[in-house]
Design a protein around this ligand. Structure first.
Ligand code: ADE
Ligand code: ZN
Length: 346
């Protein structure tokens, strides 16, 4: 590792902001800022039950995952046209570029939109157009991961996959999100097996609020390549050993965990424990418009609260590239850029 361990704490925020990084856990519907919700509601003639941006922001006080999901799905109801999906993704990608995110693997929830009569084509085309434009226009390599909503049935997940397959070139993988407890990974074993046959990358939310058992079944039954969140894994030493041995990336989202009361204080977050146990942990924003911070806010606030060091910063950025779905040559390019940034900083 080219990094001196001694970059003083007062210079860490600058280093964290400047270092190149990949974001591997961002729900694009969770990047919809209240201002854009109001603008799209006006553009599309959709009624929303809040009088102002301020009133809507005030409603963002959550006690657990479900209390957030209820308002998150309501916010997405303003998205109707391909241009709406483009505008939402473009706004996120501009923010990502400003945070020196050079690669983004972006979740989207098609069932939230198709259930309201929005065609799958509208969703994927709008998001994909923004991703393509970001490559040249912003220097961000962006791709899409289609998430199945786990509170819905396996049959509905299969129907969603069928509807998306005509646009197969528009996404690189599938994931599993929404209400975790009571909806274990095994509910989706067959649809994930089919996605695997199709050559899609596989990820799943597990161990956000749910038990370590859900992380085990995501690995062993769904055969996922990454675990989204996974912070409950520290409760199970055998699981920690498995995650370390197989270098399974965890896409950790500290401000999300704070806002959804997974940890009472940011200082209590177990990111340092995950890293120090040798896990491929990464930092991500999850739903930045709802949780009060994009990538660099997550890094800067978490480091300030937990006392992580510049060596951890390097490891987190490196893990984000290792854990990404970029090819080997591209990963090396990202790591070379990371090394050059640290060398120039010293
Ligand atoms: N969908 C959007 N954000 C989510 C989260 N943190 N957990 C599960 N599903 C989600
Ligand atoms: Zn998530």
């Amino acid at each position: 590792m080219p990094v001196a361990q001694t970059i003083p704490a007062n210079r860490l925020p600058d280093l964290l902001r400047r270092m190149p990084k990949a974001e591997l856990h961002i729900h694009i519907e969770g990047s919809l800022e209240p201002e854009l919700i109001f603008a799209l509601a006006a553009r599309n003639g959709v009624q929303i039950p809040y009088a102002s941006v301020e009133e809507l922001r005030k409603a963002y006080a959550f006690s657990n995952l479900q209390s957030f999901l209820d308002i998150y799905y309501a916010g997405a109801s303003v998205l109707l046209k391909e241009q709406d999906f483009f505008d939402m993704a473009w706004a996120y990608l501009e923010r990502a570029a400003a945070d020196n995110v050079v690669r983004a693997e972006i979740f989207f929830d098609p069932q939230t939109h198709t259930a309201r009569g929005v065609p799958m084509e509208t969703v994927i085309k709008g998001l994909h157009r923004a991703c393509r434009k970001a490559e040249g226009g912003l220097g961000v390599d962006a791709s899409l991961i289609l998430c199945f909503l786990r509170h819905l049935s396996e049959e509905e997940a299969f129907a969603t996959l069928e509807a998306a397959l005509p646009f197969r070139s528009g996404f690189i993988g599938v994931g599993l999100d929404s209400s975790e407890v009571g909806h274990p990974p095994e509910k989706f074993a067959r649809v994930f097996a089919r996605c695997r046959e199709l050559g899609l990358h596989l990820v799943a939310h597990a161990g956000e609020e749910g038990p370590p058992a859900y992380v085990w079944t995501a690995l062993d039954l769904l055969k996922v390549e990454r675990i989204d969140h996974g912070v409950q894994s520290t409760k199970d030493p055998a699981l920690m050993a498995r995650l370390a041995r197989d270098r399974i990336p965890l896409t950790v989202c500290p401000l999300s965990n704070l806002k959804l009361c997974v940890f009472p204080k940011l200082a209590d977050h177990n990111l340092g424990e995950l890293l120090d146990a040798g896990l491929v942990a990464t930092v991500n924003s999850d739903d930045p418009a709802y949780f009060g911070g994009y990538m660099n806010d997550n890094f800067v606030q978490t480091f300030a609260a937990t006392g992580l060091t510049s060596a951890h910063a390097y490891q987190l950025a490196r893990n984000s590239f290792e854990g990404s779905f970029a090819d080997k040559a591209k990963k090396q390019q990202y790591i070379d850029l990371l090394d050059a940034t640290f060398a120039a900083f010293e």
